[in-house]
Design a protein around this ligand. Structure first.
Ligand code: GDP
Ligand code: IMO
Ligand code: MG
Length: 428
């Protein structure tokens, strides 16, 4: 049993506690050897989860990040939106890199929504029309795919099994979206794209809810892999600058059909500072040289779109909010090594708006302009942390920073990242 997991129970969720890219993929990979199944429950290929093993980098988008372990089975749940050609390419790329039988180890829910080519076109068109109000989406079609789902016109993986129904739905949807948006979506191209992948996809399809239920009942262990993060959650995030699915703990239940009693532990992932890609409020953002320095030292460029990530100080208000909502038991603080060489570090401890304390990021531009922040300042450290493997061996100021964040967040920080590699972790 992995040290980090001993107090957490059989089935564990890993949830992003900030604005995404906290390093979820790295921890999922690091602990996956202890699980039989690793499941994605929400989102799509908007995610980019990076894993580094002995210097080789792997980026997972929709496939669960546990698949580098040869006995792990990956489940893509009903709550996801699946770009099927893209998913097959991810599988092929992994197999090309030397990993055997990946397609035999992937199960896709019959109820997962198929993300169509037209969703990407609609995503880009909607962003274009928003002008300077745009969300800054990944352009992967996520919002429009979820919009079709809740409008009850979405196409699900099970529809692949009925050619006539599939054709009818695609034709209707193209007509609908073409009329609404003045687009020129071609149903024949969409049908062709799915026909090309149908036979490869079919053996992976299954009733993942029943499958997981039976596996859990038989004592198998399941890891729930979060994508995006609490501040991008459709309900709890900085709406409308969010993604389009429930990405916090509730998404595990709806996106896989797993009841709350089968989530036995929750690990929150938080960077030692904050980043955000795309538009939207970011109270602790540093639009100055310090922000530039963090971006440079942390290689803060998107794993999916390559965009520079906005950088800022650690925000304990944001992290506490995520911890409370997801019921986080313990935090994995990542990228502590990136802060070496900073003379001092600030942490947001409190928000006030018009004299009232706020416990969440306000969503309107006006409120954000008036928002007052309180900070706690910590002295920095010079030493390179990348070789450190024991908490006791960290420089005194780095230890104090971690202990300060632990106090401000209210849950133990039991894992600390000091580099991108699978093994660059300190466990307390
Ligand atoms: P995810 O979306 O939450 O899985 O995170 P990403 O993979 O998008 O972004 C995290 C980036 O930081 C990746 O490039 C990781 O390889 C890297 N990373 C993760 N943990 C650490 C760490 O502790 N230190 C450093 N220097 N890099 C890390
Ligand atoms: P991982 O799993 C960081 C952001 C986009 C945009 C907003 C909506 O790697 O942490 P979308 O394409 O989902 O409609 O975009 O959400 N976003 C992410 N930011 N990490 C992610 O995933 C993200 N997935 C979406 O940049 O601001
Ligand atoms: Mg990412």
């Amino acid at each position: 049993m992995h040290k980090l997991l001993t107090a957490l129970g059989a089935n564990v969720a890993i949830i992003g506690a900030q604005w995404g890219d906290e390093g979820k993929g790295k921890l999922v990979d690091a602990v996956s050897g202890n699980f039989d199944f690793v499941c994605r429950f929400s989102g799509g290929a908007n995610a980019g989860h990076t894993i580094v093993v002995d210097g080789t980098q792997f980026v997972f988008h929709l496939l669960p990040s546990g698949l580098l372990h040869k006995n792990t089975v990956g489940v893509v749940g009903n709550g996801t939106v699946v770009d099927l050609p893209d998913l097959l390419k991810e599988i092929t790329d992994l197999e090309k890199s030397g990993l055997a039988n990946v397609s035999d180890r992937v199960k896709i829910s019959l109820r997962a929504q198929i993300l169509m080519e037209y969703h990407k076109k609609i995503d880009q068109e909607l962003e274009r029309r928003k002008g300077d109000q745009k969300i800054g989406t990944t352009g992967r079609g996520i919002g429009p795919a979820y919009a079709d789902k809740v409008s009850r016109i979405g196409i699900r993986c099970e529809d692949l099994l009925d050619r006539d129904l599939l054709r009818e739905k695609i034709e209707n949807n193209c007509t609908f979206h073409n009329k609404l948006l003045g687009l020129n979506l071609d149903p024949e191209k969409e049908i062709e794209a799915l026909e090309a992948v149908r036979e490869q996809v079919k053996p992976m399809l299954c009733d993942t809810r029943k499958f997981l239920h039976d596996q859990i009942a038989a004592g198998k262990k399941v890891l729930f892999e979060g994508a995006q993060a609490h501040q991008l959650d459709i309900d709890h995030g900085t709406y409308p600058f969010v993604t389009s699915s429930p990405v916090s703990i509730g998404g595990v239940c709806t996106g896989l059909g797993v009841p709350p009693k089968n989530i036995n532990g929750v690990i929150g992932i938080a960077k030692a500072y904050c980043t955000r890609v795309g538009a939207g409020p970011f109270p602790s953002e540093l639009e100055n040289e310090t922000g530039e320095l963090i971006r440079k030292n942390g290689h803060e460029f998107g794993a999916t779109t390559g965009r520079p990530r906005r950088c800022g100080w650690f925000d304990a208000v944001v992290t506490r909010n995520s911890i409370e909502t997801a019921g986080v038991d313990t935090v994995n603080l990542t990228k502590l090594d990136v802060l070496s060489g900073m003379p001092e570090l600030k942490v947001v401890t409190k928000y006030t708006l018009d004299g009232q304390e706020l416990f969440t990021v306000p969503t309107t531009r006006k409120a954000n302009q008036k928002l007052e922040l309180e900070f706690e300042t910590f002295p920095g450290w010079e030493e390179d942390l990348s070789g450190v493997r024991k908490f006791e061996d960290l420089p005194e100021n780095a230890k104090n920073y971690v202990l300060g964040l632990e106090r401000l967040c209210g849950v133990p920080i039991r894992a600390i990242g000091v580099g991108p590699d699978r093994n660059d972790l300190i466990f307390r």
